[in-house]
Ligand binder design. Structure first.
Ligand SMILES: Nc1ncnc2c1ncn2[C@@H]1O[C@H](COP(=O)(O)OP(=O)(O)OP(=O)(O)O)[C@@H](O)[C@H]1O
Ligand SMILES: [Mg+2]
Length: 274
């Protein structure tokens, strides 16, 4: 069952060569149940750290994360994460990889096999179930990683740029497939992404972070009607604007004087903190 996410005043620092480096400073964000929300921002601004905190893989210095109203205290199969590079178990077949979480959860063998095969089929991997991850392509591995998370019907799906390492054609195909999957299921998704064409197609909202320390700079509502198509000029315009906008914000944050491009139809600036 989909659940909402509340990130409430998260601060996180690390010790580096004897001094404390603040990575995230008072980060607040909300994901409504069934909403697709992206987090964008320059490399090193703390996106992965933030996702790890929501996943319960790391704990914050201050603040709290709530999923479905309950505080996050550790990792859970209700909050699976899809990593940039699949992180599949190389010694397991693709089918066993997808079944893994279901097995951990204690689902009966026949049921989990049926569910896993169905998910592999839905992600275009029928016939690849008995192969090992090294016997399929990078794009197919990311599909297996996605299937492994989706079979759990999680409260919230956490994605850390799962398509970034792929070539542009494969990335585009996976993006479109993800779009179809999300439209069919409307699950809660928190997705970290560099490529800002992805949220134009998929997201309801985007938080743009700044670095040193990582903090929320802006929130953009992607107000494009659904169903959306990647070839729709309005979707492309929002993708191009989001890219230019995030770049301009990063430069302003570095002290440069830059004129921010005005949002096109389909993008609404909700908060301007700069
Ligand atoms: N375990 C750790 N110990 C010390 N510093 C860390 C640790 N994890 C992350 N950092 C630092 O925190 C900062 C944010 O890292 P993070 O991986 O969250 O950034 P990111 O926004 O995901 O970057 P990218 O877009 O390149 O993936 C970096 O400066 C990184 O060096
Ligand atoms: Mg990262």
């Amino acid at each position: 069952m989909s659940a909402g996410v509340l990130v409430d005043g998260i601060t996180k620092s690390y010790e580096h060569r004897g001094s404390r480096v603040v990575v995230l400073q008072d980060v607040n964000l909300v994901v409504e149940p069934g909403e697709f929300v992206c987090i964008a921002g320059p490399s090193g601004c703390g996106k992965t750290t933030l996702l790890h905190i929501v996943a319960g893989l790391e704990s914050p210095d201050e603040g709290e994360v709530y999923v479905g109203g309950k505080p996050v205290t550790g990792p859970s199969l209700e909050r699976p994460m899809v990593f940039q590079q699949g992180a599949l178990f190389p010694w397991m077949t693709n089918l066993a990889n997808v079944e893994y979480g279901l097995k951990m959860r204690g689902d009966p063998p026949e049921e989990r096999r049926r569910v896993a095969l169905e998910a592999l089929d839905r992600l275009g991997l029928a016939g690849h179930q008995d192969k090992y991850p090294h016997q399929i392509s990078g794009g197919q591995r990311q599909r297996v990683a996605l299937a492994r998370a989706l079979v759990l019907e999680p409260q919230v799906l956490l994605c850390d740029e799962p398509f970034t390492a792929l070539d542009s054609l494969t990335r585009r195909r996976l993006m479109e497939d993800m779009y179809q999957l999300w439209e069919a299921n409307r699950m809660t998704v928190l997705w970290v992404e560099h490529n800002l064409h992805l949220p134009a197609l998929l997201a309801d909202r985007v938080y743009v972070l700044a670095s040193h320390p990582g903090r929320v700079m802006d929130e953009v509502v992607v107000d494009l009607p659904r169903p959306r198509s990647p070839n729709d000029p309005a979707v492309m315009r929002v993708g191009e604007w989001l890219t230019a906008w995030a770049e301009a914000l990063a430069r302003i944050d570095q002290g440069q004087r830059v004129t921010l491009p005005p949002p096109p139809d389909g993008a609404i600036l909700r908060e301007s903190l700069h």
